[in-house]
Design a protein around this ligand. Structure first.
Ligand SMILES: C[S@@+](CC[C@H](N)C(=O)[O-])C[C@H]1O[C@@H](n2cnc3c(N)ncnc32)[C@H](O)[C@@H]1O
Length: 399
């Protein structure tokens, strides 16, 4: 494949907005979370405003599981049917997808439910919560065939305790703006963003200051990390937006489940002393690197997810953890192994031609690749405190 030219160093309008926010702040600096929120979600020039429709996918900056074909969505749909049954087949059954990107997962789930689980499908009310207007436009286009079955809302439009069903997301939480911190041997300092002096290689730079809010330092107690074991100069991130989000979901969900698929670790691995530079990653044109001030507005910026924080804060928000597993095991438990076997056995007597077979096998393998998507975490939380039965996707997979 011909290598693509790198994007420009920054989007001029976006840099003006960021510089304006820095100039308007008392100390001439903004938190990294404020910077990330503008760089990704500024409505006019943020990464997701200009790249939502084109940035994700084989021709863009990175791919996600739904880009591998419909299998991911179809197997998730099997888990959703399991939830529906466990809840006593509610009608309506709310499916709330958060951060739906280009709407691929929604289309795969709806098509599969309509085809294979028509009774459940008949009860589904599919709602999307999406931050980027450009992504909403792409979703509306793709989901036209489902008409009024799909609606778009903001959290403010959804009343407290009104959702009965499942809220779910793929690669949402890693896209939340994070704070960056540096351990100085005896205390934390926050890494802020400031304008770099003229002539610097990038227009923005890190600058240190005291933590911007009193929720940052106690975060490490929440997730059980002894920070005195961290080396001097250790840099990491804290995702407070994920905690806020859990509270909103916990408030809106009357009965049901929260299903979160994303890359990350438990806190002990996330904040291990050897991970001295944190997990911040920037994606542009299928390459990744660690410089958040490169290609401003033209690259995605993400941080891994601390699943211990989701579990512990979820408990406080009325969302008890039912279990967590890896994507590979989750998809195998829901039938991906059967799909692989079906390829080899060609039960309909019409073997696939070799190219199709190899492509399809490659697709399925990529979803369970232990060095890639298969290593993502799948977390299931619930309001149903009496629900002791293991969800299908968390059961022992059949091989
Ligand atoms: C990495 S993309 C993943 C898209 C899609 N789920 C997929 O798997 O291809 C993250 C998506 O989450 C959206 N997003 C980020 N923060 C959000 C928020 N607070 N509420 C709703 N959507 C959000 C982004 O606009 C984008 O569509």
């Amino acid at each position: 494949m011909a290598s693509l030219a790198p994007p420009p160093p920054y989007h001029p309008d976006l840099l003006r907005t960021i510089a304006g926010a820095i100039a308007a702040s008392a100390d001439r600096r903004i938190t990294f979370a404020e910077y990330m929120a503008i760089a990704l979600y500024d409505p006019a020039a943020g990464y997701y405003a200009t790249r939502a429709a084109r940035g994700i996918g084989p021709g863009g900056d990175f791919v996600t599981s739904p880009h591998m074909g419909p299998d991911f969505g179809e197997l998730i749909a099997e888990q959703l049917v399991d939830f529906w049954q466990r809840l006593g087949r509610p009608d309506p059954f709310d499916l709330v997808e958060m951060g739906a990107g280009q709407g691929l997962l929604a289309a795969d789930i709806l098509a599969y439910l309509g085809d294979r689980h028509p009774v459940c499908y008949g009860t589904v009310r599919y709602q999307i919560i999406e931050k980027a207007a450009a992504a909403i436009a792409a979703q509306r286009q793709r989901l036209l065939p489902w008409g009024e079955k799909v609606t778009w809302s903001t959290w403010d439009e959804i009343p407290s305790k009104s959702i009965r069903g499942c809220c779910f997301s793929n690669e949402l939480v890693d896209a939340f703006p994070v704070h960056r911190l540096r351990w100085g041997g005896d205390q934390w300092q926050e890494i802020y963003v400031a304008l770099a002096p003229d002539g610097s290689p990038t227009p923005l730079m890190d600058t240190l200051g005291p933590p911007s809010c009193d929720r940052l330092v106690p975060y490490f107690d929440l997730v059980g990390i002894d920070v005195t074991k961290l080396p001097n100069g250790y840099v990491t991130e804290v995702n407070l937006a994920a905690l806020d989000w859990l509270e909103v979901v916990g408030d809106r969900l009357e009965r049901g489940y929260l299903l979160t698929v994303d890359y990350g670790y438990d806190a002990a691995r996330y904040y291990q002393p050897a991970r001295e530079g944190g997990t911040l990653r920037c994606y542009s044109r299928h390459a990744h690197h660690g410089d958040p001030y490169a290609y401003i507005g033209y690259q995605d910026i993400t941080a891994h997810v601390d699943f211990t924080a989701l579990e512990r804060w979820g408990d406080r928000a009325g969302l008890q953890t039912l279990g967590r597993t890896q994507q590979a095991l989750f998809l195998m438990a829901l039938g991906l192994g059967d799909r692989l076997n079906a390829l080899a056995n060609s039960p309909d007597g019409h073997p696939l031609d070799l190219n199709t077979l190899l492509r399809r096998r490659d697709t399925l393998h990529r979803l369970i690749d232990p060095l890639g998507l298969g290593n993502f975490q799948v977390l299931i939380q619930t309001t149903e405190l009496d629900d002791r039965d293991t969800p299908r996707g968390l059961r022992e997979p059949r091989f």
